[in-house]
Design a binder for this molecule. Structure first.
Ligand SMILES: [Zn+2]
Length: 422
């Protein structure tokens, strides 16, 4: 068990937001104006998620900043540890983590691919070059619980605009002790959401990455917290053992995660609730608890489910602050799109199609002469050099976002490849 060390803390403080949000249906029946707003917003979100249900989601790039808030060197992790933390986060959000092989047979069909990549920003809010890592020396220690004077204090000390960057704060400690990470839900109208200038994830320095100062960690705290920031709740209700009701409206509001009680270890394998098939559930019978899920506290987590992915992508597309992160304009302004590509054009003398594609794209040369192209991936790395005669030529590409650049004029088409591998 690496996410936390003391059972006692879980009861009242681990991820305090989720503790209250998970499985509190009475909130949805509330009568005050604020709560009614929230009820309406939740209703709109639910229907949005339903209409945006997809078997595959196109790649999403999120410019990211990591603020390292240390004090006299304590908690000041290296760049290498930051890169390792981002690597783990990206593997988990792109279904590239090796341990999906351990997912039990009954849950393997529900393994989801969020297809999200967090990329450290290369241009800061002032337009200056950056490696996406900000270091701050201060004795501030954030409290994870609202209502305390030191709640979220590090966020006010260092923050980049949430409509351009995803903020992660790596801190030397979190109060109350024993908490290794906490997050803010998206949406200003939600009781447990908040203003966008405190939106993001907070992680203890020895739980971000799995090397150096985090050598004893699996590095998944950030995966779990980022899941919260995209609208996911715990797969268990932490305040009380409760199996909820209909799977789409109670507890975590996700149907392919069976309701469960809190558990930590993976052995013995637990099966708490037996109402797993209530509501629009994909399960016909009682299932064991999904100890593999990133949104639990078990020590063997390795998956988001497909419905969790739909929910996260639904939340992201619902809020303009989040959906704008991946726009062409923002990717250029934060330096994610390589500097050599300064404009995305739609030329007529060559056409790249279909876009999005399922892996095979065509480049049509409409001139009478050979045209030379470079195919670049998102990091600007050359994937292929092509000489295309008048007419068209096909090209096979892996899932991802690419730039097809005509060498002579440097004009570029951006294409998205979505492979139906699920
Ligand atoms: Zn949590």
């Amino acid at each position: 068990m690496k996410r936390l060390t003391l059972l006692a803390f879980v009861i009242f403080s681990i991820d305090i937001y989720s503790q209250t949000i998970c499985g509190t249906p009475e909130r949805l029946n509330a009568t005050t104006n604020i709560e009614l707003n929230e009820k309406e917003q939740l209703k709109a979100l639910r229907s949005h998620i339903k209409t945006h249900h997809k078997t595959t989601h196109p790649p999403l790039l999120i410019p990211t900043v990591v603020h390292i808030v240390s004090y006299l060197g304590i908690g000041d992790i290296s760049d290498a540890q930051v890169y390792d933390g981002i690597r783990i986060l990206n593997e988990d959000f792109d279904k590239k983590n090796q341990d999906t092989a351990n997912i039990r047979q009954e849950f393997a069909p529900y393994l989801g691919d969020a297809n999200i990549q967090f990329v450290l920003a290369k241009i800061d809010p002032d337009g200056n070059p950056t490696n996406g890592i900000v270091r701050l020396d201060t004795n501030l220690v954030p409290h994870a619980e609202p209502g305390y004077g030191d709640f979220d204090n590090v966020k006010y000390a260092s923050y980049w605009p949430s409509d351009k960057y995803y903020n992660i704060w790596v801190v030397r400690n979190i109060l109350p002790g024993g908490v290794n990470g906490y997050a803010q839900y998206p949406g200003t109208d939600f009781t447990y959401g908040g203003p966008w200038n405190t939106y993001g994830s907070v992680v203890r320095y020895n739980h971000f990455g799995s090397i150096e100062l985090a050598g004893a960690s699996d590095g998944r705290t950030v995966t779990h917290e980022v899941g919260h920031t995209f609208g996911l709740y715990h797969t268990f209700l932490s305040a009380a053992n409760d199996c909820g009701g209909d799977c789409d409206t109670s507890l975590d509001e996700v149907c392919d995660t069976p309701p469960a009680f809190l558990s930590f270890n993976c052995n013995p394998i637990v099966n708490t609730c037996s109402n797993d098939s209530i509501g629009p559930s994909p399960f016909a019978t009682d299932m064991p608890d999904q100890i593999e899920n990133f949104m639990g506290y078990n020590s063997c987590t390795s998956m988001f489910t497909k419905e969790q992915v739909d929910r996260m992508r639904g939340f992201i597309s619902f809020f303009p602050t989040l959906s704008g992160l991946s726009s062409n304009q923002n990717l250029i302004e934060t330096g994610i799109i390589p500097a050599s590509i300064t404009s995305i054009s739609s030329p007529t003398d060559f056409i790249v199609y279909p876009n999005p594609s399922n892996g095979i794209i065509f480049i049509q040369n409409n001139t009478n002469e050979q045209m030379d192209f470079e195919v670049l991936d998102l990091t600007g790395k050359l994937v292929a050099n092509l000489m295309i005669q008048p007419g068209r030529q096909s090209l096979n590409l892996q899932n991802g976002v690419y730039f097809i650049k005509e060498k002579f004029t440097q004009r570029t088409s951006r294409i998205i490849v979505v492979q139906s591998t699920d």
